[in-house]
Write a protein that binds this ligand. Structure first.
Ligand code: CP
Ligand code: NVA
Length: 326
């Protein structure tokens, strides 16, 4: 039987400073942190993961409250944030649009004022990025993006961490994207620029990246391929996502037709490096964006990737509230 090692929770509690004055650090998109901060977070995630695996207690956020606001469905994001804050000594409050005044037209600015006076950190999953930006502008405490239409930074942080744990530094590597120009793809583009790797994007005609969302410097790390085979050639990591993201369900039928040649199959994987990894943020649709043999095959690290949401978000919450602790 495993035993828990106790720590002095009062000492741990003093690590987390109340965020009532000074600059509040939010995490609304991947580019909100720099490479040096990611180096720290990746090391810290490994440290927290090892502590979790050995059942060691670590409560730097003792008595802290995380508000989790969901305007869209979730399994992994809710569970990993809720379990994560609990494991750091705090607790979570789950709010959704259906049960709160947010669903009855209370301005997001007013909600931010109120929620951030009662909690220490806030995670939001919503539609437009401008909603989370308006919320953050009125929040006294850090706000974390748990997915918007535009970005999913916590997921890409987990993906990068998964790659680094399995294969070492991601700098100089090639990440192939086979799929939609969605929140994941745009977040990978920011990660490639920030961390220094090549992101090869491939999507069918009509589903290309919006050039107005790409900064000049991001183009140095981005290759757009019209054929998914070109994207996958020699890649270190092949990744994809659903063809229809949440909020775009009306387009599902046309997307199924447009993306039919964009399934990550064994043939496509065979073009990548022999030790290439396959990732998917999940939930996945076998037989659509990925074949069952790739999803459940030896190169797939999707379950480790999902678990790593827990570890990286613990590192992120600790960092936003306590700063660097080593
Ligand atoms: N990958 C991800 O964010 O999963 P959920 O939608 O289940 O949170
Ligand atoms: N791109 C997907 C990711 C789900 C975790 C969506 O936004 O629905």
């Amino acid at each position: 039987m495993q035993t828990k090692i106790s720590v002095d929770s009062l000492t741990a509690a003093s690590l987390a400073k109340p965020q009532t004055s000074g600059q509040v650090h939010h995490y609304l998109q991947f580019s909100d942190l720099n490479r040096d901060e990611y180096d720290y977070l990746l090391k810290r995630s490994a440290w927290l993961k090892a502590k979790f695996k050995s059942y060691e207690t670590w409560h730097p956020l003792h008595d802290r409250t995380l508000a989790m606001i969901f305007e869209k469905h979730s399994t992994r994001t809710r569970l990993s944030f809720e379990a994560g804050i609990h494991q750091l000594g705090g607790h979570a409050v789950y709010l959704n649009t259906r049960d709160t005044q947010l669903g009855r037209g209370e301005p997001v600015e007013d909600a931010a004022q109120v929620i951030s006076r009662m909690t220490d950190i806030i995670m939001i999953r919503t539609f437009g990025q401008e909603i989370i930006e308006r919320f953050a502008a009125n929040s006294r405490v850090p706000v974390i993006n748990g997915l918007t239409n535009e970005f999913h930074p916590c997921q890409v942080l987990a993906d990068v961490f998964t790659f680094v744990q399995a294969r070492g530094p991601i700098q100089g590597k090639v990440v192939a994207w086979v799929g939609d120009a969605n929140n994941m793809a745009y977040t990978w583009i920011q990660a490639a620029e920030c961390l220094g790797f090549e992101f090869r994007f491939s999507a069918p005609e009509g589903y290309q990246l919006d050039g107005s969302r790409l900064s000049g410097s991001s183009l140095n790390h981005l290759t757009v391929c019209s054929d998914p085979r070109d994207a996958c050639k020699g890649a270190d990591l092949v990744t994809t996502d659903v063809w229809t993201s949440m909020g775009y369900e009306d387009e599902n039928a046309s997307r199924v037709t447009a993306f039919k040649n964009w399934m990550v199959s064994k043939d496509l994987m065979s073009l990548a490096k022999p030790d290439a990894l396959f990732m998917h943020c999940l939930p996945a649709h076998r037989g659509e964006e990925v074949s069952a043999e790739v999803m459940d095959g030896p190169q797939s690290v999707v379950w480790e990737e999902a678990e790593n949401r827990l570890h990286v978000q613990k590192a992120l919450m600790e960092y936003l509230l306590c700063g660097r602790l080593d």
